[in-house]
Design a protein around this ligand. Sequence first.
Ligand code: HEM
Length: 545
Amino acid sequence: MPPSFGTLFGAVMSDAQFGIAIAGLIVLLLTHRVLRRSSTLRHVSGPPSPSWVFGNMRELMLPPTYGEYEFEWQKKYGPVYRLKGCFGDRLMVSDPVALQYILNSPQFKFGPILENAGYLVYGKGNITSVNDQDHKRIRAALSVGFTAAAVRNYIPILEKAAQMASRSALANASGLNIALQISEQLEDSSSVPINIAPILSHATLGTMSEAVLGYSTEDLGEEFVSNNIQIIGLVSNPSASQLLADAIGARMPTFVWRAAIHLPTPTFKTIRRAKYLADEVGTRAIRDKTTAARQGLEIDTDVFGRLVQQPPDSKYSMTEEEIVAQTAIIMIAGQDTTATTLAFSLLELAKAPELQEKLRAEIHATVGGARASSIAYDSMPLLNAFIKEALRMYPAEAISERMAIADTVIPLGDGIRTSKGQHISHLPVRKGQIVSLGIASYQQLESRWGKDAHEFKPSRWLEGGGFKGEAVGPYANLLSFLGGPRTCLGWRFAILEMQLFLCELVGKFSFALPAEGAPRTKFAGLLQPTMPNGQKGAPVLIKRV
Ligand code: HEM
């Protein structure tokens, strides 16, 4: 998913003019009064609010380690509880039945923060900023490039990128020529920690670029790559003022925010440049493909190539302008989400030498010297159990948000006891109610995953499925890719990418933690491994095996 929604909007706002903030605050306070009167959540239990302004949001979004408060609240109040947001009640949901309803019901859509940020960052017409029939049509068209069969065609691209990542473990990932700096230094790296996070991030940018546009990272150009790093970096240091800005922004009329993109501030400048560069590269890719098709060359090896070839009367056809509008979102949504999940995976292996050995043995036994396209990655039990567990414990988008667009009633799996002692199995909510989707919380729910839900334990998947209850999400009953009509478009691609990268990296190298230990897990737009200096990073000791 777009890594940047909530916190990026905050970053945007902290740049914006103070006058807009004050005007927003007035609107906000008035809205708050209305919301207080109309909230149906008054009798839903939840933690006390430590601040009138921030409510519980600092504890939820900015704890030193993600989940420090959230997972405790879940234990105390159950999978559905009330939180104080900045100035208004929120419903926090990790109950699978309630989540399933919210994700699939037309009565819910993105909250205003997600909607406006999606429009601001990725531009008009991108898949996250369109709704209803337009969303259905664009999604159906894009899906052509992400079916199980289509995704297997990307294996050579993924294989090449995984090999490059493995060769460049010591390279500076922000440089373009990662393949050139490399492996002789690897022998030394067993005593010098290597930050594997930017290397993975660069490699996954490469796979997205090749699979979506048919371009190498070099074809994207140096400015595109460095701007992409800046865009991802905009969200990396969320702060209390950004939370406040999010709340104010959410209550401002949409047109104010859509106009705000023209403000001459550094953040908006970076965003404008990113959009310009994405449009430029998307347009270039389409022109190149159209020309190649006219010359009778094969172009359906990447997503844009497939889209360009759809007959105009097909239900999958998109205009050139519509295709270009998807460039920024797909490139960013598919990059750091996969890279950070892989970084957490390698950190978990670095903590568990025995597990690492077993996984390596499975990889060597299955992969050997075979070509990637002939390997049945889905038939590797430990590899897939490990990936499921990494996605369960480290969902890149640990929390998302929806808003009720009409009064509705949310069904609850186990029901809840209200603060008045009444047991209810359905919870009415009013139009405008913001609901936090507790993805990470759901994936640590003891009633669903067992008493050891908080442990990283891939074996749970080998011992009979790992969870109890009805199915949710597209993969392994996890909500890491969410569910419903806005399920992650690239989930199959992400799984295959993780399978290939892990086979390549774990097959060739062993990983250990440096003396400082493992980085913390923080939420900064995405769940990220975070070093003591507050920067994203996953330092590991790497040795050839
Ligand atoms: C481990 C990797 C990934 C994770 C955990 C992940 C997670 C998510 C989540 C949670 C959403 C829904 C967000 C929401 O509605 O609140 C989402 C949507 C999306 N993802 Fe992913 N994603 C991953 C990889 C990818 C890849 C590789 C691609 C592209 C090839 C991609 C493209 C998208 C797109 C386009 C959407 C928007 C779909 C829509 O609005 O209909 N993602 N992703």
